[in-house]
Write a protein of this length. Sequence first.
Length: 161
Amino acid sequence: MKKFGMRWPVAAAAISAALLGSLPNAAFAHGDVVPQAVDTHTLPQLGDKWRDENPYRTGAANKEALRIGTSAYNQNCARCHGLEAISGGIAPDLRKLDSDCMSLADAKKPACYKEIDDYFSTTVRKGRTRDGRVYMPPFEGTLSQEAIWSIKTYLETRRIK
């Protein structure tokens, strides 16, 4: 089938390239982006050994971790996972990260949250790759343990009940 004097797939590719070339650079915001530093000096410092679970979930540092985590999420995570953790479909909806734990009996919830904390920190630190494609870049060495747990603290306030 011919349209525009050339084969249809070739014409469609040419039109797509022309349209994409005319879009402003902001349309490509998902591309190579430099992670933003997160200032965590106002939080209790956690040291070099990674914690098994979120140390800022409760206690005196919770409010400050939430403040820092909200900003850190918006700077480093929202471009893929969505504003206010509401995914637009590019990446998983992080409001649902630990939703399975919420339906468990109270006695089983702590172990479930600990397991999700481990999954979260490992994923953020090491990234996720499948079939040679990077689905999430690694943030270890870029974001501190304090920053990562602060982001998790923020996400815990965004849970879908």
